[in-house]
Write a protein that binds this ligand. Structure first.
Ligand code: CP
Ligand code: NVA
Length: 301
């Protein structure tokens, strides 16, 4: 029984096992109806709590469907509807939930909430996004890259835009999966200092993207950012939009990724999002397969 809290706190061999297991299990389901149960039912008689302090489409639906395919049941809970949002401590919530459910996935505003949940829960806890990281997303992204273009080891990945929570998990993955990560973005939106040494910075986006195997971006305003910062951020980030001219500097077979939801024609143009390099909907699909493999690993299946 293990938590999946972050990519840098998970064993390298376990990460590789999760990706390989996800690819294998995805292939085994090929062509089957979405609600059809997997041949094995590793979550039979298991109850999973999916807790959201923030909105979600992909994380919510992919975890829910994944648990059901593996034979388990889910309850989707909103933080504000629970006593958690009305003064009950996270530690008490964790201990209570552990008496009812076998696994907890939680999306939080503060990373501290996730960590306290994990400390006090006696069942595995999975990080479904915090202000600081989004590890499930990047597991799906590594899987997606390898499905399309082979091993990610040694490849050049360029992040253009805000040095945010999704970037942080890419930085953790760069070390674990041994790819080169380049950050291009405005200095005020540089990644947090704890990530120093995991990536290199090239301020000029045209120079940064030269020869890239993968170009990635994300929204310019994250859910934890104050809306009051929107205009300033847009002004700072406009020059880092991923458009056709920027993609043309990458390798001819380069992939384009965005975790979604996207603000089309802000951080990336529709021509790129719907263009030949884009694998954004494969990424979204692979959330399902990667997270199923993560849940199996957490439960020792
Ligand atoms: N990429 C992602 O986590 O999407 P949701 O916010 O819709 O879950
Ligand atoms: N950086 C974004 C990712 C959403 C999936 C956010 O935190 O809002």
């Amino acid at each position: 029984m293990t938590d999946f809290l972050d990519i840098h706190t998970t064993d390298t061999a376990d990460l590789r096992h999760i990706i390989d297991s996800a690819i294998e299990a995805k292939a085994a389901r090929q062509g089957r109806p979405k609600a059809a149960p997997d041949a094995d039912q590793p979550l039979k008689d298991h109850m999973v709590a999916l807790i959201f302090e923030k909105p979600s489409t992909r994380t919510r639906v992919s975890f829910d469907v994944g648990v059901r395919q593996m034979g388990g049941q889910t309850m989707v809970l909103s933080g504000s509807d629970m006593q958690l949002g009305h003064g009950e401590t996270i530690a008490d919530t964790a201990r209570v939930l552990s008496r009812y459910v076998d696994l907890i996935m939680i999306r939080t505003f503060e990373e501290a909430t996730l960590l306290e949940m994990a400390e006090y829960a006696t069942v595995p806890v999975i990080n479904g996004l915090t202000n600081r990281t989004h590890p499930c997303q990047i597991m799906a992204d590594v899987m997606t890259f390898e499905e399309h273009n082979g091993p990610i080891k040694g490849k050049k990945v360029v992040w253009s835009g805000d040095g945010n929570n999704v970037f942080a998990s890419f930085a953790h993955a760069a070390k674990q999966f041994e790819f080169d990560l380049v950050f291009t973005g405005p200095e005020p939106l540089d990644p947090e200092r704890s990530l120093d040494g995991l990536y290199t910075t090239v301020r000029d986006p045209d120079e940064a993207v030269q020869g890239a195997d993968l170009v990635v971006t994300d929204t310019w305003v994250s859910m934890h950012d104050p809306q009051s910062a929107r205009e300033r951020r847009h002004n700072q980030l406009r020059g880092y939009q991923v458009n056709d001219a920027l993609m043309a500097r990458a390798k001819p077979d380069a992939l384009f990724m965005h975790c979604l939801p996207a603000h089309r024609d802000d951080e990336a143009t529709s021509s790129v999002m719907d263009g030949p390099h884009s694998v954004i909907f494969d990424e979204a699909e692979n959330r399902l397969h990667a997270q199923k493999a993560i849940m199996r690993w957490c439960l020792g299946r």
